[in-house]
Design a binder for this molecule. Structure first.
Ligand code: FMN
Length: 214
């Protein structure tokens, strides 16, 4: 299939130096709210890129669950492929592909496991079915059939029939602590606006900003 004629002009707006806040999280929150207000489907779905110790990359979608000036938090299985790669190489990248808004946000930083208490807080807020699902899935491992999963779910359901479902020790969150955050806004004639924030110090929320060529 030839897709070479698939193109459109990006005309929704621009980004201007004098409107970029000093704090990139402020800009992210502003764009996130605009994505939500525009009914962008699952604006918190982001691509997470990891790479193993040899630099071999892998990529998948995960859901951003919350963010603040400390970073972006998602939840997953600590024995999954992504988790194994993060163990070998904590450098990761996130991409928010808000393409119908003619925008993308790219984060580069380090993934850190959050505390068990913090994971428990989020786990406790999940529906019971999702809590049981976390117990059932040995994420990223080969399994024989779907039936195998359904039987495991029934077994786990019986095991935790009474009371609260406990937090599995193989499940929890990562916080991606950004070192760079780029905001991209499509522009006419492919003259897009790109602003890259680079963290000045690991101790503080101080950032330098530069415009990048599209
Ligand atoms: C919209 C969407 C949201 C997802 N959210 C998550 C998530 O928050 N956490 C997660 O572990 N997997 C999530 N997944 C599944 C992952 O993309 C992936 O299949 C899984 O985490 C295993 O990845 P890995 O084998 O590379 O570790 C999501 C997939 C989609 C399409």
């Amino acid at each position: 299939m030839d897709l070479s004629d698939y193109r459109r002009e990006y005309l929704k707006g621009g980004l201007h130096e004098d409107e970029m806040p000093a704090d990139p999280f402020e800009q992210f929150a502003f764009w996130f709210k605009q994505a939500t207000d525009a009914d962008y489907p699952e604006p918190n779905a982001m691509s997470l890129a990891t790479a193993d110790a040899n630099g071999r990359p892998s990529l998948r979608t995960v859901l951003l669950k919350y963010f603040d000036t400390n970073g972006f938090v998602f939840f997953t299985n600590y024995t999954s492929r992504k988790a194994k790669e993060i163990e070998q190489n904590a450098q990761v990248s996130l991409l928010f592909p808000w393409v119908t808004l003619e925008r993308q946000v790219i984060v580069v930083g380090r993934a850190e496991k959050i505390s068990t208490a913090e994971s428990l807080k989020y786990f406790s807020s999940r529906p019971r079915s999702s809590q049981l699902g976390a117990w059932v899935s040995a994420q990223s491992q080969a399994i024989p059939t779907r039936k195998f999963l359904e039987m495991k779910l029934a077994e786990i359901g019986r095991k935790f029939k009474e009371g609260k479902v406990p937090l599995p020790d193989f499940w929890g969150g990562y916080r991606v602590v950004p070192e760079e955050i780029e905001f991209w806004q499509g522009g006419a004639a492919r003259l897009h606006d790109r602003f890259q924030y680079t963290r000045e110090s690991t101790e503080t929320n101080d950032w330098s900003i530069q415009r990048l060529s599209p």
